[in-house]
Design a protein around this ligand. Structure first.
Ligand SMILES: Cc1ncc(COP(=O)(O)O)c(C=O)c1O
Length: 480
């Protein structure tokens, strides 16, 4: 399948594929400059082809699975096809697997955790590297064992293998991330799959940070190294329209009850009795997000057209370009591997000695027009290990708000397939100015939001004429 513009998309085309790449943002000194977006690990902008595909689909939009009208039949076919595209994108053989759509990875992991019907003394083994979304859902139901990390920030594989053996018979699932949202470290998922299977357990890989950057193949179910379940989010891969993807064996989803019940989930409802429908509808309660699914399928088609190997190589080149330059900035400390980076996606977490993470991120925005993320990236246990926060410090800091910029944290620059060396040059140049304390603004912490505000900072939503909660002008001056 070709992108809706009918042409093949190349790596060079990707920059122009980004909606909003040409948007200028105001800087503190009153000038404007093109926004440099380096927070792709949080969420990416949309591809133009994705918007186009939605526009082309909307005249045919209709509710799915329950209508006999022509459009309902077309929309149902399209919606079913998007499941196949989302599954095959991660190598799923759709004769054995199903794709369930949720609204994001978090919802998909919660769904899976429910569907496992875990008992309190069942064991799920996960790691201290995980995003909270691949940790907290498991904690709701059973005994969760957290594996430690090594000095370079990777999973302690010896400890993991030993724990899987130790809990053989009790361990139902090993849940690991494909790539960390903090350090970008990719885990050896096929080895972990083999160890899990040898212990009679299944494996779930949170591929939210892997699929936008590298080819992912869950392998045939007959392979002892295959991955049983994966989940990912469309908004991290250029289709931010509310779709999360959960892939797993059809026979797993055919058994048991769905987590959410109601319309669409059933084949029979009596006053006393309910029969659940077929997978995946049974797990997609209510009217689904058909347009979001179309968007995801189109984004996948664009990524495949460029080639995931080509994208992976480009992002590796960006890392190899950025890391040495950033390391040369006085006071910059990068966390995770910086030398052997072949098993790392394009995420660079760092701190600057001379300013806390929240201040650095705010100045990057206010004086450089650069969008990054700071804080703990929904991976607090991992962050504390990387930052060497002691249990005593942890205890003391717990009294503070978790978004307090005075809490230990980092700044994270993360690349998408469309970023280029100029983006990195501008990041490095702006960081150098911050390191030399050559920034111009006066920054104070807002006691309510816990975020820094620059004196004279203006937020102007006026161009967004359809959404202007700030009054007619849309301009708001932050008081510092
Ligand atoms: C590794 C990882 N897993 C899960 C999530 C949760 O994704 P979502 O917010 O789309 O549910 C994220 C989001 O940042 C992530 O990076």
């Amino acid at each position: 399948m070709k992108p809706t513009n009918g042409t093949t998309v190349t790596l060079e085309d990707l920059r122009n594929e980004i909606v909003g790449i040409d948007v200028n943002v105001p800087l503190l000194d009153g000038t404007e400059r093109p926004y440099v977006f380096l927070d792709n690990a949080a969420s990416t902008p949309a591809f133009r082809s994705v918007l186009k595909s939605m526009e082309e689909f909307l005249p045919w939009y209709s509710s799915v699975h329950r209508g006999t009208g022509y459009k309902a039949v077309v929309a149902t076919n399209v919606y079913d096809e998007t499941h196949r595209i989302a599954g095959e994108f991660v190598g799923a053989d759709m004769t054995w697997n199903v794709v369930v759509f949720g609204k994001n990875t978090t919802e998909c992991v919660n769904k899976l955790a429910y569907r496992f019907q875990l008992k309190p003394d069942d064991v799920v083994i996960t790691t201290s590297m995980e995003h909270h979304s691949n940790d907290l859902p498991w904690r709701k139901y059973c005994n969760v064992v957290h594996i430690g990390i090594t000095a370079d920030g990777g999973i302690d594989l010896k400890e993991l293998q030993a724990a899987i053996r130790q809990h053989k018979g009790k361990v139902r699932l090993v849940a690991v991330s494909g790539a960390s949202n903090v350090t970008g470290i990719c885990s050896p998922i096929y080895d972990v799959a083999q160890w899990a299977h040898e212990a009679g357990a299944k494996i779930f890989v949170d591929v939210a940070q892997l699929v936008p950057h590298r080819p992912v193949d869950i392998l045939p179910n007959s392979d002892p190294r295959h991955i049983d379940f994966v989940a990912y989010s469309a908004h991290k891969m250029y289709a931010p329209f509310g779709i999360g993807v959960l892939v797993g064996p059809a026979d797993f989803f055919e058994q048991g009850e769905p987590d959410m019940v109601g319309g669409g989930t059933v084949s029979y409802v009596g006053l006393e009795e309910v029969e659940w429908g077929a997978a995946p509808q049974k797990d997609e309660a209510g009217s689904p997000n058909v347009v979001g699914a179309v968007a995801l399928a189109e984004a996948i088609t664009v990524l495949q057209s460029v080639g995931m190997d080509t994208i992976a190589q480009h992002e590796q080149e960006l890392l190899r370009y950025a890391i040495p330059k950033m390391k040369r900035i006085p006071g910059v400390r990068i966390y995770g591997p910086t030398e052997d980076i072949s098993h790392k996606v394009g995420v660079i977490p760092f701190t600057l000695d001379s300013a806390d993470h929240a201040l650095v991120a705010t100045i990057l925005s206010m004086e450089g027009g650069i969008g990054v993320r700071n804080g703990n990236f929904c991976a607090q246990p991992y962050m504390r290990k990387l930052l060497g926060v002691t249990p005593e410090e942890e205890k003391q800091k717990r009294a503070d708000r978790c978004d307090n910029p005075k809490l230990p944290g980092m700044v994270r620059a993360s690349f998408g397939c469309y970023n280029n060396e100029e983006d990195i040059d501008w990041l490095v140049e702006t960081l150098e100015r911050i390191a030399k304390k050559e920034y111009r603004g006066t920054y104070t912490i807002d006691p309510i939001t816990g975020m820094y505000v620059a004196k004279g900072q203006k937020i102007n939503t006026a161009p967004l004429r359809f959404f202007n909660p700030l009054g007619a002008s849309g301009a708001r001056e932050e008081v510092a």
